[in-house]
Design a protein. Structure first.
Length: 438
């Protein structure tokens, strides 16, 4: 009976580190969804109110809460009930609040701190152009228990993940985690070498995807009766607005339970500026105007968001790593200039007395394979030569074959937030217990 509670609660609590307060919402919205689907705004509140010192230590949430939304997901259910699109809205998104008087701007998570759930809803409606039909708000005090009741979660990573702020410490691989470990996994914001919200949001999406799959496989949403039973339990842990009742939750849960993985989509709002500094506000995220507009248009028109090049363009030569972080020594001026225009950090070096036959040779430290692939994409046909004890700067030796330098495109949105279907987010099926995190 708790499984629907887990799934929808997780949509609101995965990143929150939150405890829901008691806030009544004004019923200023209609109750009928439009003919182009249903939009549900799900939030988790960052507050430590009501947590004992022991609970804060166990959950590793000893910091001060902001009484703001720490996670925000807009769930769109298509009118035919055959597709769900779950869009994460990063907490640091820079927006204008729909308030009377002079224009007031700030991070989207601050709307709740100013005006509670009603202002959070109105802010999302203003910046997306979409009507919010239902609102769910919760905290994380029940997160640990509900994940444990479901039998844990599956998390996967291709590299060790550590974050002192959340207490996360997970080795590379596929792991079965309990509620406490899962909470740390989805809250982490300062993971070594991969800081920031986009990576955290993708981990939230992976975890939601895993648990929704468990719900479906476990039969919790297999019939209207079983869905109604779990929806009643949901109401014990999740606050709703005044225009959302048990019937609505049953309809939402029933729709989620019938979806195939390839018909469930996850995405994050495309970002143009990742560290937009605003006096008095701090570091913010500025949406990519055209791509974000295309995303909201697709949801407004009840269309899929995956495979839409207006939301996620397909570059001619994609790069998986940022050229700005790749230092090169290049022995041919024209090639060096072209790679510099591509964003690589280039230092000239003397040409050899005799050039090697064939295409260019890229020499690099073996641990830099990902960056080597980015450089090789810019130098099609180049030969890769990993060299033990090589320093962290790449050496490009131009050979006798004429060199063509391609323009590569690195898109951080693609790496961590591009629209994908649920089947592509799933972990392999061979988890092992995660290392205890203390």
């Amino acid at each position: 009976m708790r499984r629907l509670t887990v799934a929808l609660t997780l949509l609101a609590t995965l990143a929150a580190g939150a405890h829901s307060g008691s806030r009544a919402l004004s019923a200023d919205h209609g109750t009928d969804a439009g003919h182009r689907g249903t939009n549900i705004l799900v939030v988790g509140i960052d507050s430590r109110a009501g947590l004992s010192a022991a609970e804060k230590r166990r959950l590793h949430v000893g910091g001060k809460g902001c009484d703001c939304t720490d996670v925000m997901m807009l769930v769109h259910l298509s009118a035919d009930g055959d597709r769900a699109s779950i869009v994460s809205i990063p907490r640091d998104s820079y927006v204008q609040y729909p308030l009377p008087g002079p224009p007031r701007f700030g991070k989207i998570n601050g709307a709740y701190a100013i005006g509670g759930g009603p202002l959070a809803v109105r802010t999302v409606e203003q910046v997306t152009g979409l009507h919010v039909d239902h609102y769910l708000e919760t905290g994380f005090t029940g997160f640990e228990q509900t994940v444990d009741n479901l039998g844990g979660a599956t998390v996967c990573t291709d590299r060790p993940l550590r974050d002192e702020g959340s207490g996360l410490d997970v080795p590379a691989g596929v792991h079965h985690t309990d509620g406490n470990q899962t909470l740390r996994y989805v809250r982490a914001r300062k993971i070594t070498n991969r800081p920031g919200d986009l990576g955290r949001v993708r981990r939230q999406q992976r975890t939601v995807n895993d648990l929704l799959a468990r719900l479906t496989a476990g039969g919790a949403l297999s019939s209207p009766l079983s869905t109604a039973r779990t929806a009643r339990t949901l109401l014990k842990t999740v606050r709703t607005d005044d225009w959302t009742d048990l019937d609505d939750l049953v309809r939402i849960g029933w729709a989620l339970g019938r979806l195939r993985a390839e018909r469930t989509e996850f995405a994050t709002v495309p970002i143009r500026l990742f560290d937009h500094r605003v006096p008095g506000v701090g570091s913010t995220l500025v949406w990519h105007e055209a791509r974000a507009a295309a995303l909201w248009d697709a949801l407004a028109e009840d269309r899929p968001i995956t495979g839409d090049p207006r939301i996620q363009p397909v570059p001619e030569t994609p790069a998986d790593t940022n050229p700005a972080g790749v230092k090169l020594r290049v022995d041919e001026p024209a090639v060096a200039a072209a790679l510099t225009r591509n964003g690589f950090k280039v230092t000239p070096r003397p040409a050899p007395a005799v050039r090697p036959p064939g295409p260019p040779v890229i020499t690099y430290a073996p641990a830099r394979e990902a960056d080597a692939a980015t450089l090789a994409a810019a130098l099609p046909g180049a030969r890769l030569h990993p060299a033990p004890d090589h320093d962290q700067t790449f050496d490009v030796t131009v050979g006798t074959t004429p060199v063509r330098v391609r323009t590569v495109t690195y898109d951080r949105n693609k790496a961590d937030g591009a629209p994908v279907t649920a089947d592509t987010l799933r972990c392999p099926t061979t988890p092992h217990p995660a290392r205890p995190t203390g």
